[in-house]
Design a protein around this ligand. Structure first.
Ligand code: TXA
Ligand code: MG
Length: 328
């Protein structure tokens, strides 16, 4: 039996908070993607998250908080640079990696000495966290390695058996996961572990220097695996000017093709399922996972994705598309 999707009104929020207190899992919306939430103080509940996702136990989870003022309860240090980012981007699509406080359990951090903390801006996420009062450990509510969910229906389809309920907050505004910034790898400096909803140039503006990109000591982060965020259907990035020819070649070989473009081609290609992502990175990100899921659902032989521009604004989108198309 699949879990019910319930309206995120005050009754629904109160019910979801009760389920969390009882050690059960809850699907909930954030502005980035939907989360699979568990009481971050309950090791058994947290382990159930890993089991539901099929995620290796040593990949840490993010703890979600109602308010950035709670960070000092979960992190034993809060360096000046991290404070600057918290003031500027919390609530929002930012996750800070900080030295963990004594209360943080091993099940959440995968045994690492750091903890990921995030204060989502989505009103439903905020209301749930405020009602629950504690921290909610939550990864994206998808099976390990698969495409992240941006609607309640996506969560129900993939993890419906594992959750007590799913709060319906409509489609996610940002559509792509939070930016993960680590303050534990390099003394006094920010390291970008995962590009995301907060653009690099905004981090740079706030910090007064550009964060280091990835670090050789970077702890395990599943979003940094080569193949991740991947549809079941083989998917390939293709330069825009090659797209029509690539589609033709696939069809000549008898394969069913779907395409995800930016805004073209101007006329529909007969018999080819086509989604348009949009010309700006913000727009494109908002519908990217939804479009990939729709294409994946169509039982095609191959998905061709028009390669977006290379600019800094597209960094998070390109990061996800490269992983979605990586075949190990
Ligand atoms: O937008 C998001 O961040 C969504 C929503 C639900 O909040 N969550 C999300 O969680 O994307 P997840 O588990 O799918 O990805 C979290 C990323 C992973 O790459 C994880 O390894 C990394 O953050 N992470 C969490 N805690 C960490 C830590 N202590 N050290 C290093 N990386 C950490
Ligand atoms: Mg994820």
């Amino acid at each position: 039996m699949s879990a019910s999707i319930i309206p995120a009104d005050s009754t629904g929020i109160a019910r979801a908070a009760r389920e969390l207190r009882a050690g059960r899992l809850v699907g909930f919306p954030t502005e980035t993607v939907y989360g699979l939430g568990a009481d971050a103080d309950n090791a058994e509940a947290v382990r159930a998250v890993f089991a539901a996702k099929g995620r290796p136990g040593d990949h840490p989870l993010i703890v979600h908080l109602a308010d950035a003022r709670q960070i000092s309860e979960w992190a034993r240090e809060f360096p000046p640079g991290a404070r600057v980012l918290a003031e500027r981007f919390m609530p929002g699509a930012l996750t800070l990696i900080l030295p963990r406080a004594g209360r943080v359990i091993d099940a959440v951090t995968g045994g690492q000495d750091s903890v990921g903390l995030r204060v989502p801006s989505h009103p439903v996420a905020h209301a749930l966290l405020a009602a629950f009062q504690g921290g909610v450990a939550a990864p994206s509510a998808n099976r390990f390695g698969k495409v992240s969910p941006t609607t309640a229906a996506h969560v129900a389809g993939e993890l419906g058996e594992s959750v007590a309920l799913i709060l319906d907050g409509g489609p996610c505004e940002v559509g792509i996961e939070s930016t993960v910034v680590d303050f534990t790898a390099e003394p006094g400096r920010a390291v970008l572990l995962r590009p995301g909803g907060v653009a690099l140039r905004l981090l740079t503006g706030a910090l007064g220097y550009e964060p280091m990109l990835q670090h050789r000591l970077a702890p395990r982060a599943s979003g940094t695996l080569a193949s991740h965020y991947a549809p079941e259907t083989p998917a390939r990035l293709v330069a825009g000017r090659e797209l029509i020819r690539a589609v033709q070649a696939e069809r000549d070989a008898g394969r069913k093709v779907g395409i995800l473009t930016l805004s073209g081609p101007p006329e529909r290609i007969d018999g080819v399922l086509q989604y348009k992502g949009g010309r700006t990175a913000l727009r494109y990100a908002r519908t990217m996972y939804r479009n990939l899921r729709a294409l994946d659902f169509a039982r095609l032989d191959v998905i061709l994705i028009e390669a977006p521009p290379r600019g800094a604004d597209w960094m998070a989108v390109n990061d996800r598309l490269v992983r979605a198309t990586h075949r190990s």
